[in-house]
Design a protein around this ligand. Structure first.
Ligand SMILES: [Zn+2]
Length: 167
């Protein structure tokens, strides 16, 4: 399941580093203790624990605590909650769509001006503030037709909405 790019993205958001995905792979493979995972992956135990709790916070991992009758120590047995991943992806995708829609609105409701040397892209208020000159190089900034950009964002929104349909 870690080969699915959507799954990978959503999980990478949680674990940050790509190598930490190995920790999830271990859980999927049924390796359930932090120490065994550290051994298997070569990732430091404190990092493994940190990542496990991050996964737990995001709802995609759970644990059971049991007391070792001999040592009286608590042992944690971890489990990957596969069915929670699609919920997570859905949440990510919905957030993405909301952000993109907000962006389209901003783009549609404002005019933009760019520096000929690509130093800046300013909205009308900002452009007025700088007297229609690039704050970095002083060149005159020119009106930027954002139709293509809006179209591109709308395309992305459609793609995400298509993905959301299947979740
Ligand atoms: Zn410039």
């Amino acid at each position: 399941m870690l080969n699915n790019p959507l799954v990978q993205d959503a999980l990478l958001n949680i674990v940050q580093e790509e190598e930490n995905l190995d920790i999830i792979q271990c859980l999927i493979d049924g390796i359930d203790s932090d120490e065994k995972i550290a051994e298997e992956t070569g990732i430091k135990l404190n990092i493994v624990r940190k990542i496990l709790y991050k996964l737990y916070d995001s709802g995609v991992a759970s644990y059971k605590r049991s007391k070792d009758p001999e040592t009286q120590w608590y042992a944690y047995s971890w489990k990957f909650e596969e069915q929670e991943v699609s919920k997570l992806i859905k949440k990510d995708a919905e957030e993405r769509v909301t952000e993109l829609k907000k962006l389209v609105e901003e783009e549609e409701n404002s005019m933009f001006f760019i520096c000929p040397y690509n130093h800046c892209r300013l909205n009308f208020e900002e452009a007025t503030y700088y007297g229609f000159q690039c704050p970095e190089c002083g060149e005159e900034i020119a009106f930027h037709d954002n139709k293509d950009f809006i179209e591109q964002i709308n395309g992305e929104i459609e793609a995400w909405e298509e993905i959301l349909k299947d979740l």
